[in-house]
Design a protein around this ligand. Structure first.
Ligand code: ATP
Length: 367
């Protein structure tokens, strides 16, 4: 019985957008987006600058109103409700802490504003500061803390209100790489511990993949693809998603039959995905780490090593083939380092199961 309740709960949408559109003059920032964000999930809106992810987040938070469509929090449409009447808190990239207040008072601020009983404030603030690993900093001022610590105070200040949904607008953008990586894991732990729905906006694919259960990849105001990180990486449905989530090789050609693509060089490549009608312009995609040099495989292309760069865990090769340049990552798992020098002829092999297929739109298809 308990399991059924838990299952039912996770299936409930905490935030729902129904054909939401937002225009700024002649720019369509968000273009008819429909999406459900399940309760308790860590959901990332990922996309390049200007794709509409911040506007989407701001509409959920109540900082912008849609021109068309409806946003629901739980079962309730929230059209026209100001931010402070929504059970949502936002953490921005700039921490916006009160510089003259102590950390304790910064975090307690929201509780006091909501008239939480005085005797409960201290306990609640301390509990949240422990959660974000800042116990002991209560009496300090923001400027006495590092950037990462200040960001965690901002997070504590949003979490202390126990919102149904937490919105995160590039909250780690101002931190250096090492701190950012550490905070990514901490944010995930906090989300897991509290069970609150997190909606996180980022343009950093690695960050989205590290933290999110579900990622929506946005481009030009629309969600191009939505799914768990592994599905988006292994089976991107468009060349935009393939390129945005990590490096990929796209071998252009046309559908030959049920499971074969004829490349422009006329070489044949077998794929694991279902293919559209014969004659359709498509690309077979393969991630660089799934290609093998000088091994047997159902698919084999000839080429010549053009460049190599040693990056420690792997060596990255660029191989020139009649179907374009291929990037190949060879893991350096053996003792020592043995490279294949530029100019060496090689075969690049890969199994059909390692491929994905994307249809090519006209703009992507060179003459
Ligand atoms: P970034 O990562 O750069 O913040 P984004 O994906 O979050 O980008 P948005 O900020 O949502 O994108 O912007 C989407 C589009 O809407 C852009 O073309 C932007 O210039 C435009 N836009 C956003 N806010 C406004 C505004 N207040 N007034 C006019 N145009 C806006």
């Amino acid at each position: 019985m308990a399991t059924t309740t838990a299952e039912t709960r996770t299936a409930v949408a905490d935030v729902r957008l129904d054909r939401v559109t937002k225009r700024f003059d002649d720019v369509v920032a968000v273009d008819g987006v429909t999406v459900e964000i399940p309760r308790g999930s860590f959901f990332a809106l990922l996309g390049p600058s200007g794709c509409g992810k911040t506007t989407t987040l701001r509409m959920i938070g109540g900082f912008e109103e849609p021109d068309d469509g409806v946003i629901y929090l739980g079962d309730q449409p929230v059209t026209g409700l100001p931010p402070y009447k929504r059970d949502v808190n936002t953490v921005f990239q700039s921490y916006a802490l009160f510089p003259h207040l102590t950390i304790f008072e910064n975090v307690a601020f929201g509780l006091r504003r909501r008239n939480v009983a005085r005797n409960q404030v201290a306990g609640r603030v301390q509990e949240i500061l422990r959660l974000v690993d800042l116990a002991g900093t209560e009496q300090r001022k923001p400027r006495q803390l590092s950037g990462g610590m200040q960001q965690r105070v901002a997070l504590a200040r949003a979490l202390v209100n126990n919102p149904q949904v937490l919105l995160l607008d590039e909250p780690l953008g101002a931190l250096d790489l090492k701190l950012r990586k550490q905070m990514q894991l901490e944010l995930k732990r906090i989300q897991h511990d509290m069970g609150i729905t997190f909606v996180h906006v980022t343009h950093d694919q690695e960050e989205a993949m590290t933290m999110a259960d579900v990622i929506a990849v946005m481009n030009r105001g629309r969600i191009q693809q939505l799914g768990p990180p592994d599905q988006l990486y292994e089976r991107p449905r468009t060349s935009f998603v393939a390129r945005f989530l990590g490096a990929s090789n796209l071998l252009k050609g046309t559908v030959e039959d049920r499971d074969t693509i004829r490349l422009r060089s006329s070489a044949l490549v077998r794929v694991g995905d279902e293919l559209p009608q014969p004659g359709t312009a498509v690309a077979a995609g393969v991630r660089p780490e799934k290609l093998r040099l000088d091994e047997d495989g159902a698919n084999r292309l000839s080429g010549t090593v053009k460049e190599l760069s040693y990056v420690g865990v792997a060596t990255q090769y660029v191989v020139e083939t009649p179907d374009g340049l291929l990037t190949v990552y060879v893991q350096n798992t053996e003792p020592g380092f043995r490279s294949i020098e530029p100019g060496t002829p090689v075969h690049v092999a890969f199994p059909p199961e390692s491929t994905f297929v994307v249809e090519l739109t006209e703009e992507e298809e060179p003459a």
